[in-house]
Design a protein around this ligand. Structure first.
Ligand SMILES: *Cc1c(COP(=O)(O)O)cnc(C)c1O
Length: 229
């Protein structure tokens, strides 16, 4: 099932790229494997997936040693400061940085481990109260503040769009975050690049790609429905 699902998702990515005149090589598919058991990740790996997304530090810690070392682990969930020490050096990219305090801790832990940490700033694009992320208005200031810290590098922005029935309803949000990223990129802030736009999930990744996503985070569309307990 995973094989067929992946083939479909990849075809959809190609299609969205064709529609918007983009090169599919610009779009990284992150297989969001949270709650999924190791054999399912192995199957996705055997189908060529190398980028996996998890939303819990503990799950990355458990899964990482059990799977091939060329996997790139993406931390996409809310990150507590007391867990930062476990994830720095393990995750290739932390997508969910939304405060200076969190960035400071990542910077400090990266310094301690003598590694460099790549991060995205998470923007609460629809200003939903239930979501983490910084408001659009405060994003530039946060980027400027984080940029001054050592051992941490902002690579772009991440956003979680609202849950909607019709993915077209999220197009305006994807467009806004892309505009925000272009605006911030144009400021040429030292130690900041805006090359990554992480947006789009199973329900709306095609629209997100049409609006400029360079990373899409797809869980259900690859692994099927999750069972939360
Ligand atoms: C779970 C999750 C996803 C994937 O969601 P699907 O709808 O299953 O594709 C993407 N991004 C984040 C931040 C998530 O927590």
């Amino acid at each position: 099932m995973i094989q067929e699902n992946l083939a479909q998702v990849r075809e959809n990515i190609q299609e969205a790229c064709r529609k918007s005149g983009r090169d599919p090589k610009e779009v990284v598919l992150i297989a969001v494997s949270k709650t999924m058991p190791i054999p399912m990740l192995e199957e996705a790996y055997s189908c060529g997936c190398r980028d996996f997304g998890e939303n819990k530090v503990q799950e990355i810690m458990d899964k990482c040693p059990a799977l091939p070392s060329d996997i790139r682990w993406h931390m996409i969930g809310h990150l507590q400061r007391n867990k930062v020490k476990y994830i720095v050096g393990k995750a290739c990219l932390i997508h969910s940085v939304d405060s200076l305090r969190l960035a400071e801790e990542i910077s400090a832990q990266a310094g301690k481990k003598q590694v460099e940490a790549d991060i995205l700033v998470e923007v609460n694009i629809a200003q939903e109260e239930s979501k983490f992320g910084i408001s659009r208005e405060d994003t530039l200031q946060l980027v400027e503040d984080i940029a001054k810290l050592p051992h941490i590098h902002i690579r772009g922005l991440m956003a979680i769009a609202p849950f909607v029935e019709n993915p077209e309803d999220n197009r305006k949000y994807f467009r806004q975050i892309r505009e925000l990223s272009v605006d911030i990129g144009a400021k040429n802030i030292d130690n900041v690049t805006m090359s990554v736009l992480s947006m789009g999930m199973t329900g709306d990744y095609m629209v997100a790609i049409e609006e400029g996503a360079t990373m899409v985070r797809v869980g259900t569309g690859i692994f099927g429905k999750r069972n939360y307990h």
